[in-house]
Design a protein around this ligand. Sequence first.
Ligand code: PEP
Length: 266
Amino acid sequence: MPRKPFIAGNWKMNKTICEGIALANELKGLVEGINDVDIAVCPTFVALSKIGDAIKGSNIMLGAQDTFWKESGAWTRQIAPGMLLDAGAKWVIIGHSETRGRFGTVDAELEGVLNYFGEKDITVNMKAKAAFAVGLNTIIACGELLSEREAGKTDEVIVAQMKTDLAGFSNEQAMKMVIAYEPVWAIGTGKVCDAEEADRVCGVIRKVIKEMYGAEIAEAVRIQYGGSVKPDNAAELLGKPNIDGALVGGAALKASDFVGIIKGAR
Ligand code: PEP
């Protein structure tokens, strides 16, 4: 069965609640009737429930940008998966390079202090399991640094991330995951990964999924590309056999650009 394209907008730390509602309303009108592409927006935690209200009844789903692996308790600043569900989220992004501290231009001098959020592959895995446990779907992000690519280590890095990030899911949970391949050097930099190469790495990811969960699940799981996706490069990327959608940052903040990408997926 062909995989349905999935375009998700990661709003990151952008948009006030008011601005987010305006963007969601504009988007709603523009994507009405599009049912051959799955669409999600991922606003900040504080805007989740209001944006959820704004998109209620539309074909846009709600996602969050991170979660924690505990259900509740004395965990100051953390947000449990059940709370995201309660706020109306269906999706949660886990392991984005910005939460892993794998920023685009890692300065060796600063490297030691960059991991603000203490994210590791093992915490990505724990968060994903906690999200599945309450019924959320996950977008699990992975990607190599420029230094890793230049050292010829892209595949090694991606395979190692995936093996830990995706370990120990049930088959049913594995079917609810989406993987986002996001080369760190392409995020927010305007440097898009060559479509052939992005497709090749997504193929490597699919192979790891096959080894871990079998051919049927590997064929069903959607793999997004993320990193400077824009309306003018979307169709080429999304036309590749192993690329089933996009995780979009900057271009998700403008309705016309986001819709341009969605149309590129059709
Ligand atoms: C992202 O942050 O997931 C992303 C892909 O950002 P951008 O589209 O701005 O490169």
